[in-house]
Ligand binder design. Sequence first.
Ligand code: SAH
Length: 231
Amino acid sequence: MKSIIICMMGIFSFFGLAKAQENYAALRKAMVAIQIQGRGITDPSTLAAMGTVERHEFVPKDLKRYAYQDRPLPIGNEQTISQPYIVAFMTEVLRLKKSDRVLEIGTGSGYQAAVLAKIVDSVYTIEIVDELALEAKERLKALDYDNIVVKAGDGYHGWPEKAPIDAVMVTAGAEEIPEALIDQLKEGGRMIIPVGPHNGTRQLVLVTKTKNKITKKNLMAVSFVPFTRDD
Ligand code: SAH
């Protein structure tokens, strides 16, 4: 009798889990249609990645049910996972190709890195808070992302051993654009970075590097957790 009850409980929890996965898939589909396509994102690879990566796996357990809502969420250590639309916008403007090597500064939960990893072959990501770097590394491994390398450290200096890089994405608000990140960009490379005064509104700046010049273009006003420095 006891084993029948245990077996029944197993079946119910299996179906409960399957139901929850189904709900998350439906919420994700609606997120892409309403928040992302609905606001003008059209790049097919960005839309496909946002529709595949399981955002609920990247937020704290008690916030899973809010994972697909139109807002950033806290991820611990006073940091946040960005609003889905901002993740999609920053991804689309980098005009990524499959063969690209991308450097992200500010791993946080690892969600943005996972979105990038669905589109390109190699993602390198640096996180200054050791605990978050370790958590993201374990989470991405458990979810089978094998083309992302996570490093704990200050991303201000970039990752010289991985240069030249096709595209850089900075997901913390900087007061200025770190020179090392521009240096490590390939000719033809792109960088997206929120720039502006500490505690003020920042601009998402798209930096493009060509043989003879660096071009900077302000794309939209945003609010991001600050870019910090190791002492
Ligand atoms: N991309 C993340 C969210 C980023 S929140 C995600 O998808 O979840 C910004 C992150 O940048 C925080 O985790 C913060 O600790 C980190 N950060 C701030 N300054 C940094 C620096 N100098 N180098 C590396 N990471 C930094």
